[in-house]
Design a protein. Sequence first.
Length: 234
Amino acid sequence: MLQAIGLTKDYGDLRALDTLDLTVEAGEIFCLLGANGAGKTTTLNLFLNFIQPCAGEARVDGIEVAKQPTDAKKALAYLPEQVMLYPKLTGFENLTYFLELSGLRLPESERNALFDQVGLDQAASRRRLETYSKGMRQKVALAIALGKKAKALLLDEPTSGLDPRASKTFSDLMTNLRDQGMALLMATHDLFRAREMSDRIGVMRSGKLVGCYQTADLTTAELESLYLQHMSEA
Ligand SMILES: Nc1ncnc2c1ncn2[C@@H]1O[C@H](COP(=O)(O)OP(=O)(O)OP(=O)(O)O)[C@@H](O)[C@H]1O
């Protein structure tokens, strides 16, 4: 569903992403780990067409992002570290507005059902977004993604700033989306949650994918040890 083929991005002399080859299948959660500046956000930004590759391709559902950005975008949803929604509108109004921007007019019952799916109760969905916690704002963004029937979800540092309970709720939601067939690519520093929710984990360093692991084969301690080993390699 998500495919990077020799994907490369330079900023002047700096190679921010170096010939990345990566596939995330439908029904899979792939977590990208790596130190600050390793190239995780650059990877997401290339899939989102926020930036252009210097070489290689990013593909979404077989569509080359740089060549057909509008079509690629239809299949994608994005959850940035800080969800950008309208603070003066309610969660429900935000959902309605963003779905309409995507050309979707769903009956109220279906919009309510989207909030049920992400675990935001109806009373809360009628409150202004400025009163929401980070976890609640994420739920609105996920309801929008579900409403759009996005096939793939890109996430940047989604669990930073979430308390342990909200983080666990978030993790359960992600595995639920995965089980519905969505492909999820997540940049994170949260080894514990990455280990808990993902199917595969990639470790990036200096723009390169230096390790790729099946999560089921690893304990959190083993993952941490592997991660530190990669970070200490010159
Ligand atoms: N617009 C830009 N101009 C110049 N350099 C950039 C730009 N955006 C990113 N970089 C550089 O590209 C490299 C990769 O950055 P990127 O944001 O992808 O890292 P990251 O792995 O997401 O880090 P973090 O964990 O801090 O979010 C870094 O060295 C960064 O300074």
